[in-house]
Design a protein. Structure first.
Length: 205
């Protein structure tokens, strides 16, 4: 048996002078398909209920759970109670555009909120954009590596490599500063010794 569920069916009248009529319905459709002769002429069926009627229809709720699973029943019940998840229903390109305004840590936190955002945060489009934001331009070497590993792994590899290469530079800077200080101390010592020698003959006279 093939079953389908239409979550929201909206109708209405725009001419307010004639009165406004609106309704929201849950529509349950089914079609029993079988090779048995007694079901050969079976026609598709349909059940329409308002949101308020659906809330009290335990039989239909059970059918939805059996066919589509408890998660769909929860989702439909939330819709009937006016609880809409607008963020998950937005188009993927719009979500990716919004995520471009987040820093990397906030985007990764967003990844943990739902399976949809996890999928988007793991997508090549997201990490390719992050790479362009991080380094400005993408070199042919980086693009070639991204084609092999994927943009996420390429970004992490270059990020870790960049952190590793920064440490020796910092160490070299510290060493150079220490060397300058040591050279200044050494250059100052002969001057002090010459001043002491020049003062000794004067004291003897």
């Amino acid at each position: 048996m093939i079953s389908s569920l239409l979550l929201v069916d909206c109708t209405g009248m725009e001419n307010r002078s004639e009165g406004t009529h609106k309704h929201l319905k849950v529509i349950w459709r089914w079609w029993k398909i079988s090779l048995r002769s007694e079901y050969r002429n079976t026609q598709p069926g349909q059940l329409r209920e308002s949101h308020e009627e659906f809330k009290d229809d335990s039989v239909l709720m059970h059918k939805i759970t059996v066919v589509f699973g408890p998660s769909i029943l929860t989702y439909v019940s939330n819709l009937c109670n006016g609880e809409f998840d607008y963020l998950d229903r937005m188009p993927d390109p719009l979500i990716l555009h919004i995520m471009t305004f987040l820093d990397l840590n906030d985007a990764l936190r967003l990844r943990c909120t739902s399976s949809k955002y996890k999928k988007l945060c793991d997508s090549d489009q997201f990490w390719e954009h992050r790479a362009k934001v991080e380094w400005g331009t993408i070199t042919p070497e980086m693009e070639s590596l991204a084609n092999i590993l994927g943009w996420k792994k390429m970004f992490i590899a270059y990020k870790l490599h960049g952190e590793d290469t920064d440490e020796p530079e910092e160490q070299d800077e510290e060493k150079s500063e220490q060397q300058v200080e040591q050279d200044e101390e050494k250059s100052a010592q002969p001057v002090e010794q010459d001043e002491e020698k020049s003062e000794q003959p004067l004291a003897a006279d």
